[in-house]
Write a protein that binds this ligand. Structure first.
Ligand code: AHG
Ligand code: MN
Ligand code: MN
Length: 340
């Protein structure tokens, strides 16, 4: 019989992977895991409850329409991250400002957690997969003081751990502490995340490309040339509208995900802190690459705002390299590009 390894057991077995105290990481991941189970329960029964649809409270900090489950997921993550006492501050897609977390029993946490509580939330009403994305940083300021904005404005390269939860046909938690990527599937019968995908390696190439092709005419010419090449190469287009789901497929089957600048989103749409950075950390740890449309590594991008946006090309290393070659070859001076 195969031995079941739970998420908690795995963290303890691999304690040397985490350069800080194992108990701290166990506490943080347990908090996130508990929130994921609660969110999963609500996502699963969303069709049965009056919880679907757009929240009364209009839009979030980036101007997107907020779904009720977004707010529910946000609340549960914040509540659960207070449990272990390891987290001292939170930044979320759904909160304009960061949230300081009080220490418990005289202990002040050392970690910052950033998250997109529900990614792909426009899919909820139609039973398509959604996800949670998270990143974990060490705070920069003194542990005795309240967290400050600078604690959150760290580059992706400074992440100490990152991961995502995919609420799909099964629920998976995938995370990395900088020593490879491992995936855990929620066994609903025992309520535990169990090791199911060890040392995930992204294929060098894949047969899929993933982009909102409806915006094709709004992309810069060099990005259009790369997308044309994907079509010429008979790559198959897959775009779920939930970045976590698209990246999850790419991790296992290979491919590239693009969210370039458009006329509507000149700086890109996806948020650097809690979408692009954690997923780029995971993809790089699995052997992939992630860069923006100016061909800078995502994890090195300086960050000056919590809700800062970034363009992104992420996935199989050889495909991201191809994209880079096309962008370099077909880039026009900005003044000409505006008229193409
Ligand atoms: P969120 O639901 O957290 O706002 O994120 C949605 C994001 C991302 O998951 C997805 O890939 C992208 O928005 C889809 O955007 P378009 O509809 O513009 O393609
Ligand atoms: Mn999102
Ligand atoms: Mn979201």
């Amino acid at each position: 019989m195969n031995q079941i390894v739970t998420l908690d057991e795995f963290i303890i077995r691999r304690q040397n992977d985490f350069q800080y105290a194992t108990g701290e990481l166990t506490g943080l991941l347990r908090d996130i895991g508990v929130a994921a189970k609660i969110i999963n329960r609500e996502v699963n029964k969303a069709g049965l409850l009056n919880i679907l649809g757009t929240a009364q409270t209009s839009s979030n900090a980036s101007g997107d329409t907020v779904q009720k489950l977004d707010l529910y997921a946000n609340e549960k993550l914040i509540d659960c991250l207070k449990n272990s006492g390891e987290c001292c501050g939170i930044a979320s897609e759904e909160n304009e400002d960061f949230i300081p977390i009080e220490g418990i029993t005289g202990k002040q946490g050392k970690y910052i957690v950033v998250f997109d509580p529900l990614d792909g939330s426009s899919n909820i009403d139609v039973n398509v997969s959604v996800g949670t994305i998270f990143g974990i940083y060490r705070r920069k300021s003194k542990a005795t003081a309240t967290v400050e904005l600078n604690d959150f404005l760290q580059t992706g390269a400074e992440l100490v751990a990152a991961g995502y939860v995919l609420y799909g046909t099964s629920t998976l938690l995938v995370y990395s502490t900088g020593n490879g990527v491992n995936g855990f599937t929620l066994d609903p019968t025992i309520g535990e995340f169990c090791l199911s995908h060890q040392n995930i390696q992204i294929p060098k190439r894949g047969n899929y490309y993933s982009v909102n092709q409806g915006y094709y005419l709004k992309f810069d010419v060099e990005m259009r040339r790369y997308i044309d090449n994907c079509c010429d190469e008979n790559l198959r287009l897959r775009y779920i509208g939930s970045m976590v789901s698209d990246i999850h497929r790419i991790l296992f089957q290979g491919g590239i995900f693009l969210y370039p600048n458009t006329r509507k989103y000149p700086l890109g749409k996806l948020r650097l802190l809690y979408e692009c950075n954690p997923l780029s950390f995971i993809v790089e740890q699995a052997g992939g690459k992630a860069m923006n449309c100016q061909l800078k590594r995502i994890l090195d991008l300086p960050i000056s705002q919590l809700h800062q946006k970034a363009t992104i090309a992420i996935g199989s290393p050889a495909m991201v390299d191809d994209m880079k070659t096309f962008v370099e070859r077909y880039s026009l001076p900005a003044s000409i590009n505006e008229h193409v």
